[in-house]
Design a protein around this ligand. Structure first.
Ligand SMILES: [Fe+2]
Ligand SMILES: [Fe+2]
Length: 278
């Protein structure tokens, strides 16, 4: 089955879940490990502003979509992202109560997206959404393929990351298909130039988030903590290192997010999550 056909056949289902973060007292919810938890917490800080940006970027182009199934998929995509925002706001509030400057970091992230909205055209913002959706899709794929990454997590946190990963995998083709449709597949240069800019800005912003969260954990000036953090990301287990090849695939002219068909992984994760939530 061609990637485009898989994308058209995917039924996107918003799953309205609430997670009881306040039941978990530890800030270091991933095996009691400050740095491992902090990597996921930093990502969580970016979601509320990021996902609002994705929704508004795609929504602007909805009237130009020719019809089904993409129009319904766009509706379901927006519903999923709105629920992810809601739950990550709650997640981040819990982090705030545990001594992280989450409100400040969310505000800073919001300001960056507002800057992008003033600086770039509607099409470039849609391209930025495609680029960031590729980031979330390949991160989700890592979580779906390596459940061990979250093995030691407290249940509520494992559940939100699994839930989010399933839905990110499910809707990974939506923004991309909208972009291809409104540009007739002729905006390769816009797509890859935007991905390059987005990657540089994303890594710089992650560095800022890590530095604040490390300081809040009392490890701000610790070279050993920075070294270990980088080792966790680029060495072992190497979440960012493992994402690099999948990231590079985006630069192929004929790329489509469903070139990587991970539907079986999605279903397995969904079964695991259903058992947890029973
Ligand atoms: Fe999301
Ligand atoms: Fe998404």
């Amino acid at each position: 089955m061609k990637s485009r056909d898989i994308s058209r056949s995917i039924r996107i289902t918003p799953r309205d879940r609430h997670f009881a973060f306040s039941d978990v007292q530890e800030r270091d919810w991933l095996g009691g490990d400050t740095l491992k938890s902090l990597i996921f917490n930093a990502l969580s800080m970016t979601f509320p502003a990021g996902e609002r940006f994705f929704i508004s970027s795609v929504k602007r182009f909805r009237p130009r979509i020719s019809g089904e199934p993409l129009d319904s998929q766009v509706g379901a995509f927006m519903a999923q992202e709105a629920m992810h925002t809601r739950e990550h706001v709650r997640y981040n509030q819990q982090m705030e109560t545990q001594g992280c400057r989450a409100a400040m970091l969310q505000r800073e992230t919001q300001e960056r997206f507002e800057w992008a909205q003033h600086r770039y055209s509607d099409l470039e913002q849609l391209a930025a959404t495609c680029a960031l959706e590729h980031f979330t899709a390949i991160l989700a794929d890592e979580l779906l393929c390596n459940p061990d990454l979250l093995k030691e997590a407290r249940t509520e946190y494992r559940n939100i990351w699994l839930w989010h990963a399933i839905e990110e995998a499910e809707h990974k083709g939506v923004a991309f298909d909208v972009f291809q449709e409104v540009t007739n597949g002729r905006a390769y240069w816009v797509r890859v130039r935007t991905m390059t800019i987005v990657t540089v800005l994303f890594l710089a912003h992650m560095k800022r988030l890590f530095s604040v969260l490390l300081a809040d954990a009392g490890r701000g000036g610790s070279a050993a903590s920075w070294l270990r953090l980088n080792w966790l990301l680029w060495g072992n287990p190497g979440l960012f290192r493992k994402m690099m090849l999948k990231w590079a695939a985006y630069f192929r002219p004929g790329f489509h997010p469903w070139d990587r068909d991970n539907r079986a992984r999605m279903r397995a994760a969904e079964n695991a999550l259903a058992l947890e939530l029973e």
